[in-house]
Ligand binder design. Structure first.
Ligand code: HEM
Length: 220
């Protein structure tokens, strides 16, 4: 681990691995939350299973939290190192001529996602930890859907979530292909395919989350 994070290449590799892990998490998180649109029972059952399964709670969840924190810390470290390595921007380098906005501003979209996650953890995760582990309240399968639905009654929360999901899409539009390239997927034969999957992923995943937030708002 120390070896991975002590060189620039190692750091980029470790960053990419944590990104790929989070890309997989996002698909699963979207799938579970989409159930809330199709029916209360399906969503309650899935949340009950995930919320009380020891493998998910005590192994997957800590790994996920570690991956999230690691990804953000390494993102900031890489940004600072890059800035130090090139303190003066090349006078002739007009960024927009040779790179996209999202690739030049990963740190900005990342910071917005970090701010979103603070609100999101406050909204759902702390509430859940409080319920189960601090207050030790009994299993009550029917509570999950109602709790989620109630959160989206507030238009400002919906607006903040939707803005964050748009920034998430921009972050993913560069991050998806960049992370696969960092772990070696650079073969010219596969690049067009990687680019296509990256574009579709970065559109469909945020759109799915936007749909859930707006669905719960308009069905209050
Ligand atoms: C409308 C969109 C979303 C909804 C309704 C939603 C819902 C939830 C809920 C209910 C939980 C608590 C799970 C539990 O511990 O029981 C949760 C946790 C979490 N969410 Fe979301 N989420 C959404 C979008 C996102 C996005 C876009 C991200 C990442 C950028 C994200 C990252 C997380 C993380 C890291 C956790 C804590 C880990 C976990 O327990 O699963 N969520 N979310």
């Amino acid at each position: 681990m120390a070896g991975l994070t002590s060189s620039t290449i190692g750091r980029k590799y470790a960053m990419a691995l944590s990104a790929i892990f989070l890309l997989i998490f996002l698909v699963m998180h979207l799938a579970v939350n989409l159930l809330s649109v199709f029916g209360e029972t399906a969503y309650n059952n899935a949340s009950q299973f995930m919320g009380y399964n020891p493998l998910i709670q005590f192994i997957m969840q800590p790994v996920l939290i570690f991956a999230v924190i690691f990804h953000f810390v390494m993102g900031f470290v890489l940004e600072i190192k890059n800035k130090k390595a090139r303190p003066i921007n090349y006078a002739m380098n007009r960024g927009s001529d040779n790179s996209s906005w999202s690739s030049r501003n990963m740190i900005i979209s990342g910071a917005v996602i970090l701010a979103f996650l603070v609100l999101h953890m406050y909204d759902f995760w702390f509430h859940e930890m409080n319920y189960k582990y601090i207050n030790g309240l009994p299993v009550e399968e029917s509570r999950f859907w109602g709790d989620l639905h109630a959160k989206f009654a507030d238009v400002w929360r919906v607006v903040l979530y939707v803005i964050s999901f748009v920034l998430l899409g921009l972050h993913l539009s560069h991050g998806f292909q960049s992370s696969f390239q960092s772990i070696g997927a650079r073969h010219p034969k596969y690049m067009p395919m990687l680019r296509k999957v990256s574009i579709w992923y970065s559109i469909l995943i945020p759109l799915g989350f936007i749909f859930i937030a707006i669905y719960h708002y308009i069905t209050q």
